[in-house]
Design a protein. Sequence first.
Length: 163
Amino acid sequence: MREDITPDRFRSVMRHVPTGVVVVAATTPDGAPVGLAVGSFVSVSLAPPLVGFFVAHDSTTWPRIEPLGRFTVNVLADDDEATCRAFAMRGGNKFAGVGWHPSPMGSPVLDTALAWFDCTANTISDAGDHRFVLADVHDLSARPAGRPLVFCHGTYQRLGDGS
């Protein structure tokens, strides 16, 4: 790494890149839902359908999801800021007050999700201070209308109406 590109400087410039916000969620063998907020979700391939996201090495939630091998990726709607904040916190019951139902593979689909993807892990690789999770998509759905929650300039934002 170049010495003049410090983590703070890099973060300061990256604040200008908007990201969608998702919740990656799974159900443990005892039936408890577990999830975390992710701001790096990306479409990888159409055929076969693949998606990916990055999770920090120091995540305390991902180690509970990874061994399960399956999870949903829930795209948050623009009115889900409180949900995003809850899932971004460490510890506690992130699902308190959050409605959800099981996906076809049994992972949590948030009732307010704009879209969801039912996935299994394909490959997981180290990427600096994160891990990149490449996932196979087995099912998916989206609401007919709505806008995603976006994070940019250090705050949650809503997309305009496009006019």
